[in-house]
Design a protein around this ligand. Structure first.
Ligand code: NAD
Length: 504
C-alpha cells in the first residue's frame, strides 16, 4: 500500500513542481500580480513541492471583486441548480479521494490512514449542505392581529475564508460547502504551510460546473494576503480557523468594515476519567484523541485527568500504548503518527519536552526525535505524567502528539482542573454514573462535550468553542445563521390605524 501511495505521489508531484500553485480567480489560474512566489516543502522529507503565488492586496482585490460580481447571479440561481452543482462537487471529490489523500498527507505530514477518511468527509460536507440548499432561505412566520410577519434568510455576500494547515482539505470543505449552499460566494486564503489541496479542490469544483467567480482561492502569507482579505470592503463576513492570537487580530482587522466573524480557535481540552468508567474504552479514547492526526487537532484531548484510585494502573497501560505508537512516513498505511507540519512547529513541540521537565512533571515516554527518521519534521509521541494544572504543559496548546496526565480526587476538583485554562473547545467525560456525567457536562467550560465517546462529529450538531477557543457555531442550521441574514417582512392584513399627523 505504501507503494501504491508513492506511485500516486510520483504521478502528481512532477506537475506541481513544474507548474507551481497559482491563484484561482474568476475561473482562471493566475500568477500573483507581482509575479512573486514562495516555496512549499514537504514535512516528510523536506523536499520541494512547488512554487506558490505570493499574493498581496491587488490579488485579494481582484478576487473580492470577482466574488462580488458572481454573488449577484449565484444568489439568484434556482435552488435545485445550486444544489445539483454541490452534489457534482461531492462526486468529483469522491472520484479523486485517493489523490487528494496522498497530496494532503505529503503536504501536511498527516497519516494517510486518516486522510483517506478526511477526503471522503469533504465530499460528505458538500452532500450534506447540498441537501439543505432548498430549505436554507426558510424563515419563521410570526402572525399578529393585523399583520402577517414572516422572515426569510438571504445570503450575506462574499465570504472570506481563512484556514489553517492541520487538516486543510477537510476544514476548507467544512466552511466552503455551507457558504455556497447559502448562496454566498467565497474568497479562500489557505495556510501558507499547506497550500496544495486547496488549489486541487477549487479546480475540481469548476470541472463540476461551478460558475466562475463563485469560489476564488488566493495564496500567500497571513500578514499580507490574509490581512487584506479581512479588511476588504466587499467581503461581508470572515470564517476563520486558526490560532487564538490570530483570531483576535482578525476581529481587529475586520472591525472598521464591521465584518461578521466566526472564529474556530485553539484548545487545551480535558478528558476526565472517573474510576467507574469502562477503563479499556477510556484508554482507547485517551490515546486516539491525542495521538491521531499527529496531535495537530483542535479537538484533541491534551490533558488526561485521572481519578487517583485508578491512576497507577491506567498510567501503566497508557505508557505501554504510547511506547507502541508507530511513527513513520505518513504515506505508509501502518503509520500512526507522521511528521509535524514544519521545522518551526517541530521545534515548538520539542521545546515543550524541556518545559515539562522544568515545570516538574515526569517524562514517561518520548520527548525527542526518532533515531530512524532524520530527514523529516518528526517527534516522538510524548507523555508527561504527575503534572499539575498550572504547569505550562497543562495550560498552553502544544498542538502535537503530546499528552499531559493530571491526577484528581473529587468530581469538584476534576471540574476545577478542567476549567483552569483559557480555552474551552471540547471535553470528554468517562463515567458510568449518569447523573455525574450530566453534572460534569453542564459545569465544564467547553462548546462541545462527549460522554463515554471519542469525537464523533454529527454534521447537524453545533461545532465551536467558548472562552479563547472561539466565537460562533458551525454545523447544520447554525452555519446558515452565520452565512445568511434574517430579514423580517411585515404585511398588513387590513386597514389598521395609521396616526394622521398634519391633518387638521
Ligand atoms: P494560524 O492562526 O497561524 O494561521 C491560520 C490562518 O490564518 C493561515 O491561513 C494564516 O495565513 C492566516 N493568518 C495569519 N495571520 C493572519 C492575519 N493577520 N490576518 C489574516 N489571516 C492571517 O493557525 P495555524 O498555525 O495555521 O493552525 C493551528 C491552529 O488552528 C491551532 O491553534 C488549532 O487549535 C487551530 N484550529 C482550530 C480549529 C477549531 O475548529 N477550533 C480547527 C483546526 C485548527
Amino acid at each position: 500500500m505504501l507503494d501504491t501511495n508513492l506511485k500516486i505521489l510520483n504521478q502528481l508531484l512532477p506537475k506541481l513542481k513544474k507548474e507551481g500553485i497559482k491563484n484561482f480567480i474568476n475561473g482562471k489560474q493566475l500568477k500573483a500580480s507581482s509575479g512573486n512566489t514562495f516555496e512549499t516543502h514537504s514535512p516528510v522529507d523536506k523536499e520541494f513541492i512547488a512554487k506558490v503565488a505570493l499574493s498581496d492586496e491587488k490579488d485579494i482585490d481582484q478576487a473580492a471583486t470577482a466574488a462580488m460580481t458572481a454573488f449577484k447571479s449565484w444568489k439568484k440561481m434556482p435552488h435545485q441548480e445550486r444544489r445539483d452543482i454541490l452534489y457534482a462537487i461531492a462526486d468529483k471529490i469522491e472520484e479523486h479521494a485517493d489523490k487528494i489523500a496522498v497530496l494532503e498527507s505529503y503536504d501536511t505530514g498527516q497519516p494517510i490512514r486518516f486522510m483517506k477518511k478526511a477526503a471522503v468527509r469533504g465530499a460528505a460536507n458538500f452532500r450534506y449542505f447540498a441537501d439543505k440548499v432548498i430549505d436554507a432561505p426558510n424563515g419563521l412566520s410570526t402572525p399578529d392581529t393585523h399583520h402577517i410577519n414572516y422572515t426569510i434568510r438571504q445570503p450575506i455576500g462574499p465570504i472570506g475564508i481563512i484556514t489553517p494547515w492541520n487538516t486543510p482539505f477537510m476544514l476548507s470543505t467544512w466552511k466552503i460547502a455551507p457558504a455556497l449552499a447559502s448562496g454566498c460566494t467565497v474568497v479562500h486564503k489557505p495556510a501558507e504551510f499547506s497550500p496544495v489541496t486547496a488549489s486541487y479542490l477549487v479546480k475540481l469544483a469548476h470541472e463540476a460546473g461551478l460558475p466562475k467567480g463563485v469560489w476564488n482561492v488566493v495564496n500567500g502569507f497571513g500578514e499580507v494576503a490574509g490581512k487584506s482579505l479581512t479588511e476588504h470592503n466587499d467581503i461581508k463576513a470572515l470564517a476563520f480557523i486558526g490560532e487564538t492570537t490570530t483570531g483576535s487580530l482578525i476581529m481587529k482587522q475586520g472591525a472598521p468594515t464591521l465584518k461578521r466573524v466566526h472564529l474556530e480557535l485553539g484548545g487545551q481540552n480535558p478528558i476526565i476519567v472517573f474510576d467507574d468508567a469502562d477503563l479499556d474504552r477510556a484508554l482507547d479514547t485517551a490515546v486516539f484523541m491525542k495521538y491521531s492526526l499527529n496531535g495537530e487537532r483542535c479537538t484533541s484531548s491534551s490533558r488526561l485527568l485521572l481519578e487517583k484510585s485508578i491512576y497507577k494502573d491506567f498510567v501503566d497501560q497508557l505508557i505501554k500504548r504510547v511506547q507502541n505508537i508507530t511513527v513513520g512516513n505518513p504515506l505508509d498505511p501502518t503509520t500512526e503518527v507522521g511528521p509535524m507540519i514544519h521545522p518551526t512547529h517541530q521545534e515548538k513541540v520539542l521545546s515543550y519536552g524541556k518545559i515539562g521537565k522544568k515545570d516538574g512533571a515526569t517524562l514517561a515516554v518520548g520527548g525527542g526525535t526518532p533515531d530512524h527518521l532524520t530527514n523529516g519534521c518528526y517527534v516522538n509521541p510524548t507523555l508527561f505524567i504527575n503534572a499539575t494544572k498550572d504547569m505550562r504543559i497543562a495550560q498552553e496548546e502544544v498542538f502535537g502528539p503530546f499528552l499531559t496526565v493530571i491526577p484528581f480526587d473529587t468530581e469538584e476538583e476534576a471540574i476545577e482542573i478542567a476549567n483552569s485554562v483559557k480555552y474551552g473547545l471540547t471535553a470528554y467525560i468517562w463515567t458510568k454514573d449518569v447523573g455525574r456525567a450530566h453534572r460534569v457536562a453542564h459545569d465544564v467550560e467547553a462548546g462541545m462535550v462527549w460522554i463515554n465517546s471519542q469525537n464523533i462529529r454529527h454534521l447537524p450538531a453545533p461545532f465551536g468553542g467558548v472562552k479563547h477557543s472561539g466565537i460562533g457555531r458551525d454545523g447544520g442550521e447554525y452555519s446558515f445563521d452565520f452565512y445568511m441574514e434574517t430579514k423580517n417582512i411585515s404585511v398588513a392584513l387590513g386597514d389598521h390605524t395609521i396616526p394622521q399627523l398634519g391633518k387638521k
